[in-house]
Design a protein around this ligand. Sequence first.
Ligand code: NAP
Length: 268
Amino acid sequence: MIDVNTKLYGVFGDPVGHSLSPLMHNAALRYLGLNAVYLAFQVQDLPRAMDGVRALGISGLSITIPHKIAVIPYLDCLTPLAQHIGAVNTVIYRSGILEGDNTDSQGAMLALREKTDLAGKRVGLIGAGGAARAIAFGLIQAGASVTVLNRSADKGQHLAEAVRGTFAPLDQSAELECDILINTTPLGMFPHTNKSPVPSSAFKPGMVVMDIVYKPLMTLFLQQAQAQGCDIVDGLSMFVYQGAFQFSAWTGLEAPRQIMRETVLSAL
Ligand code: NAP
C-alpha cells in the first residue's frame, strides 16, 4: 500500500529508460514487504534534482551515466571507498546527510571471486571509464596487478598511474599475458551485439574472462572467450551484487539476491 510513510528510492541517469534497476529493486522491496518504491528519473539538471532529493526526502539513489562523478559536489560526504575511486553509484540520505558510496567495485570483485582468487593475478582491464576505475581499485586492493587497455591513451595512462599499473593500447590486446581479462567498455551491448573490443587471439585457454555488459548476457566478447577455452563471468552477476550492496546500504537489510537475479534474468 502506498501511503504517507512510503519511502522513495530511485535512479538518476540520462538516458535511463534501459535501466533494469527499477525492476530489480522493486522486486526486492516487494519480496521483503517493505513500504517503499523505486523509480527511474531521467535527470539532465543534476543540481536541481539533488535539491529535490533533500526537499522531498528521497531515501536512496542509484547514480548512473553520466552523473557518477558530477554528483560528488552535491553530497555531504563520501565513504572512503567512493573517495578513493572518485565516483559514486549509490547515494544514501539519512538524518539530513547525503552520503555517496560506490558498490560497483565490491560487486565486480564478488562476481569474479565466484570463479577465481584475485591475489597475485595479472588482470587486463579493457576501458578506462567510471566502471573501469571502480574495478581497478577493487583489483589492486585484492592484491592483483592491472594493465589498462584503452582506446584513448591519455585516459588509459591516467587510470594505470592511479592504480600503479601499466598501460597498453587496446590494439595490442593479443600480446598481453594475463590471467583475467575484463571488458568494461559498452562494446557488444544491445543493439550493437556484433562488436567486441578485442580479436579472438586475445584469449588464451584457462583465462577467466568477465564482461560487465549484461544485455545480452552472452556478448560476442564472452562467446570468443568461451570458444578459446576460457572460464567466463557474465555482467549479470556484477549487476546483481552491486544492486544488493545498494539495497543493504539503504534499508539495513540483507538483499534477496536470488529474487533480484531471477527478476533481471527473466527481463533479459
Ligand atoms: P564510461 O565512463 O563512458 O567509459 C566507457 C569506456 O569505454 C571508455 O574507456 C571508452 O574509451 C571505452 N569505449 C567506449 N566506446 C568505445 C569504442 N567504440 N571502442 C573502444 N573503446 C570504447 O562508461 P562506464 O560508466 O564505465 O560504463 C561502461 C559500461 O559498463 C556500460 O555499458 C555500462 O552499462 C556497464 N556497466 C555495467 C555494470 C554492471 O553492474 N554490470 C556496472 C557499471 C557499468 P575512451 O577512453 O577511449 O573513450
